[in-house]
Write a protein of this length. Structure first.
Length: 288
């Protein structure tokens, strides 16, 4: 595959039509131009009212992901999953945050097998033994909620099933380690050590991120072992979304400017939650 840096072919931003997103639904600032605002340097601390708005957006994202899970079966295309989730999000008075974000052409990301992240839904049918990550973000009442999970298609082999289970467990362990006063680097230390103990690699090129009124903002959440500065404080909201790989975690970006696959063709899995730090721990807003 040729890296997109050599053949830049990202879709040009296109404002969603009123047919796909009714005028009554609030749109994020980038919906028309495709250009998100500049990240603020500071990490916002959300008020109780803002947390509730973030919670509502996160719940729509959670429910959309559950719908996506119910559609995963042999013969279904990722474009069909995208279309149904698009319709659902709009029915809940939400906007699919991925749509036209820096020109992304679909409502959700669908990443199959060795696609690490940002797969564009298309006409490929899922086949027995695949596994697929569905990444859903919803904008509602001025806030974004973000979640993803990896699902098996039909009969997944034991190695694939263990990879998915380990990635889910890595996310769970990282969430358990979070709380007020905890360094952000604890997340990477927890995930990195756990992955290494099982012989998996962790993507260092893709991170979690702050979330709220902006789709992406500070802090960056590194999932590999690191010593980055910063401490969690009540009111801070961010995602944790580790990607574990069976082989090398380095990625190659396709000419479409979005799809990232593993360098060696090994499979990857990813799970993600949006959470907010409280006075006593964290509140996982996208948890079922």
């Amino acid at each position: 595959m040729t890296p997109a840096s050599l053949v830049p072919c990202k879709p040009l931003p296109t404002e969603p039509s009123l047919e796909s997103i009714p005028a009554c639904i609030d749109r994020p600032p980038y919906a028309k131009t495709g250009q998100p605002p500049t990240w603020p340097l500071e990490i916002p601390s959300l008020s109780e009212e803002q947390v509730e708005r973030l919670r509502e957006a996160s719940h729509v994202a959670r429910d959309a992901l559950a719908l996506g899970k119910s559609m995963v079966r042999v013969g279904v295309t990722t474009a069909e999953i995208d279309a149904e989730l698009h319709r659902f999000i709009v029915s809940q008075n939400g906007y699919p945050s991925c749509l036209n974000y820096m020109g992304f052409p679909k409502a959700v990301c669908t990443s199959v097998n060795n696609v690490i992240a940002h797969g564009i839904p298309d006409s490929r049918q899922l086949v027995d033994g695949d596994f697929i990550n569905i990444d859903v973000t919803v904008y509602k009442h001025g806030f974004h909620g973000d979640t993803s999970a990896t699902f098996g298609v039909g009969h997944v082999d034991d190695k694939g099933a263990r990879l998915m289970q380990a990635t889910q467990e890595a996310l769970d362990l990282a969430i358990q380690a979070c709380g007020p006063g905890v360094p952000f680097s604890t997340i990477g230390q927890t995930i990195g050590a756990f992955a290494q103990s099982l012989g998996y690699s962790v993507s260092e090129e893709l991170t979690g991120h702050g979330i709220g009124q902006d789709f992406h903002q500070n802090p960056l959440i590194y999932h590999h072992i690191n010593d980055e500065p910063g401490v969690m404080l009540p009111g801070m909201a961010f995602t944790i979304e580790p990607i574990l790989c069976q082989g090398v975690a380095r990625g190659i970006q396709w000419p479409d400017g979005w799809t990232i696959t593993t360098e060696d063709g090994g499979r990857s899995a990813q799970y993600e939650h949006t959470l907010v730090v409280t006075d006593t721990g964290v509140d996982v807003l996208t948890e079922i």
